[in-house]
Design a protein around this ligand. Structure first.
Ligand SMILES: [Zn+2]
Length: 62
């Protein structure tokens, strides 16, 4: 049995953090979905057309 350090002893708690969704309501409910990067799944900071802030992939405006 391997002795684990105290900082590695606890179980992983808490759900994985979800990307923060914009608070803006109304209008097109799926508007923020277009911001989701198809390459890495991160939510872009602005509506397309833009680039993913994480991986730089193009988010086309369609
Ligand atoms: Zn990305």
């Amino acid at each position: 049995m391997q002795i684990r350090p105290w900082w590695d002893a606890g179980p992983v708690t808490g759900p994985e953090r979800l990307p923060s969704l914009p608070d803006e309501e109304g209008g097109d409910p799926a508007c923020w979905v277009r911001r989701v990067c198809p390459a890495c799944g991160r939510l872009a900071d602005e509506n397309p057309p833009t680039r993913c802030p994480a991986c730089g992939a193009d988010l086309p405006d369609d």
